[in-house]
Design a protein around this ligand. Structure first.
Ligand code: GAL
Length: 387
């Protein structure tokens, strides 16, 4: 189906050639400004709309910057927008991108089900849509998906929680007579398709140890719907952890040994609640807390022994894939997928390109994050990214 769409799009591109040419004239100084050398593609240099969810997370800012500079280097004009985690704002931004002649869209959605009419408008104008990191659901008008192996991220989170607790050894083998350990579970935003993948992946690792009693969830809260934090808000995680400490741990008998936290921002909310109630002081050691995204603020906490782990998703590689996919579409080709089975958006299985991820703890933080150039020593030391 998609192939037919892009065949049709070639005709539309001829009709919009004037727009493409004038935009190429503005944006043509990039290294790839001369990519318009394929026989008759005539499309390099067009406008690409990039919609990111929010600027309040380090990672999305890094993603936005990397996609923008990659596209510019390939000779495209870029309209990069952040939506402040507000759904109507993101809808309006995408509408505006379409109206101003975007030839491709790269979208990291806030609510994966809320962009139906924008995607219909994009399809009506033969604008290819690349779902960025988060799958856009319930639409046939999503053409490609670039992401990480989200289920594996969850597996890595569950594994690092068990390794930190001492249930598994370094090679992933169970340690005899470990536990019992008290853990609590958190999941991401229910409107983000990724959140379910992370949670399922983590539970695939944790459930056998819950079943045999090595690990206990004293609150009894183990359902995704109960443990999910709307919009991935740090305050939401802090409040839920505070409530758990009050409801389940206030009689002084039980202590929290570990927390499955699915993203660094939530980890920091959980850690704040724990510290405010005395964890990390005296005999009350800070629990093993997982994370995701290798944000500088959490890298610092990992180095200081406060947060145990994060999952490193190299957003530079994801941005590269998005640029590669956009370029393929704009040159009239299909991007290369490495997964055509996993990501059913409710209407279609969206061809995807999945990237690998790495568990980071204090042991490999410098090697993975600093030596790779992802964060600088100063950023890790200060817990803040440089502008
Ligand atoms: C997810 C994303 C994670 C994390 C989270 C909160 O969709 O895959 O890396 O950033 O959103 O923003």
């Amino acid at each position: 189906m998609a192939r037919k769409l892009w065949a049709k799009r070639g005709l539309a591109a001829l009709a919009t050639g004037a727009v493409a040419v004038s935009l190429a004239a503005c944006g043509g100084s990039g290294a790839g400004g001369g990519t318009d050398d394929g026989a008759g593609d005539g499309e390099a240099g067009g406008l690409v709309g990039v919609a990111m969810p929010t600027e309040t997370y380090e990672r999305w800012v890094a993603d936005g910057d990397a996609v923008e500079s990659g596209l510019e280097a390939a000779g495209y004009e870029v309209d990069l927008q952040f939506a402040g985690d507000d759904i109507p704002t993101q809808q309006q931004q995408i509408d505006a991108m379409i109206n101003s002649g975007a030839e491709a869209l790269i979208i990291a959605s806030i609510d994966g089900t809320a962009l139906g009419s924008q995607l219909e408008a994009a399809a009506a104008s033969n604008i290819p849509v690349i779902s960025y990191d988060r799958l856009i659901r319930d639409s046939e008008n999503v053409d490609f998906y670039v992401t990480f192996d989200n289920y594996e991220v969850g597996v890595q989170q569950g594994t690092s929680l068990l390794t930190g607790l001492g249930v598994l050894d370094e090679s992933g083998e169970p340690i005899a007579d470990a536990g019992p350990f008290n853990i609590e579970l958190f999941a991401g935003s229910p409107d983000d398709n990724n959140a379910g993948f992370f949670f399922e992946g983590a539970m695939s690792v944790l459930q056998p140890f819950i079943d045999d009693g090595t690990v206990v969830v004293p609150s009894g809260q183990t359902e995704f719907g109960t443990v999910a934090i709307q919009r991935w808000e740090q305050e939401g995680a802090q409040t839920r952890m505070e409530d758990l400490l009050t409801s389940t741990y206030s009689d002084g008998d039980a202590v929290v040994n570990g927390v499955l936290a699915p993203a660094d921002v939530l980890s920091r909310g959980v850690i704040t609640a724990l510290q405010n109630s005395g964890y990390g002081e005296g005999d009350l050691t800070i629990p093993i807390v997982t994370g995701q995204d290798a944000e500088a603020a959490s890298a610092r906490l990992i180095r200081e022994g406060v947060q145990y782990s994060t999952i490193f998703k190299d957003t530079r590689l994801l941005a590269d894939q998005a640029v590669t996919a956009a370029t393929a579409f704009l040159e009239g080709n299909e991007p290369e997928a490495n997964d055509t089975e996993t990501y059913d958006n409710g209407v279609q299985v969206v061809p995807s390109f999945l990237l690998p991820t790495v568990i980071v703890t204090a042991d490999n933080l410098d090697a993975e994050l600093i030596d790779s150039g992802y964060l600088t020593e100063e950023e890790v030391a200060s817990g803040q990214v440089d502008e």
